[in-house]
Design a protein around this ligand. Sequence first.
Ligand code: ATP
Ligand code: FE
Length: 353
Amino acid sequence: FTVLALESSADDTCAAIVNSDREIVSNVVVKQHSFHEQFGGIHPMHAIWAHQRHMPGAVRKALHDAGMTMNSIDGIAYTRGPGMAGCLSVCSNAAKTLAAATSKPIVGVHHMQAHALMPLLTTPDISFPFLTLLISGGHTLLLLARSWRSFQTLATTPDESIGNAFDKVSKMLKIPWGKLGPGAALEQYCLNDYDQQLPEIIPPLPSGQPGKLAFSYSGLHSGVERYIAVRNGDLDDPTKLALARAFQTAAVGQLEEKLLLALHWCRQNGVVIRDIIVSGGVASNKFLRRRLEFACRDFKFDDAAVRLVSPPQELCTDNAVMIGWASMDRFLAQDYDEYEIETRPKWDIQELQ
Ligand code: ATP
Ligand code: FE
């Protein structure tokens, strides 16, 4: 079964072709990062316009790269939600119109479910139940996945996402992003070094709610903000680097703590975990992956260690391959959506069934 999938829930316009033999036939991602830099974040109206400009070309390129026409496509998948309403309407309308014109079935996909299931394509031996840490621009979620469509939220954030905190701190420190985007630029910046020793007088940065299965990132970014404000925004390079590193360590420290709490929760509730999947845009941070692997190395269920799995970097950030892949079980079960269904900008992953 061959699926053409479209994604436009945030700032990337994506089209991809995936089949039920786990083949990524083509994968097109048109990024807007450098364009949005001038606004200091995603400008909603410009994001919609950019999706409108790029979607037709992305679809043509996905078909061209695959050497296919619409005749070889069996179904069309798209991101139904959650995401920015105006942005979602671009992929939704494109998918439905293409489907209606060519008499193909459609499936509207949950964006976070797609992030969570992506590793099942690249790492076939993962079995349910598994833990999923979804860390992106819009989400900081720790989920227990029991099946393709059954997810329980163990921890989330009432305020800010980790990706947002990375973005804000990166901007406060005036780290240039270029093509990388602010979060990845901060990670890159932390790899810098100076001959002189870095200052150690970094204030303790708040780390969410210790001991609770809940994230919180607004305190962390305002901690950095205050540190800069007290110094009238005037930081020398070594202090700036020390602050960036302290932020990254604190942000990742919170993930380490909550992940261990979740593993204990699973053990107490008789849930045996073999795999922890770390996905979403922030999962491409290599420092973070190393730290999480280290934190989990001694945790065992029935003497078996848990394995930390992340999709390849280009499949961690938004893409349409994950949308096509997450639609596959429904296409194979002929569980299609009606052409009339609406988008769902707000959509709790626990409501999937
Ligand atoms: P969502 O998937 O929740 O709708 P989104 O589409 O904005 O949100 P993604 O594209 O999955 O999220 O991830 C983008 C986020 O990941 C941004 O906040 C970006 O700064 C962050 N990010 C990307 N690479 C890195 C990195 N190496 N280190 C830290 N953060 C990163
Ligand atoms: Fe995403």
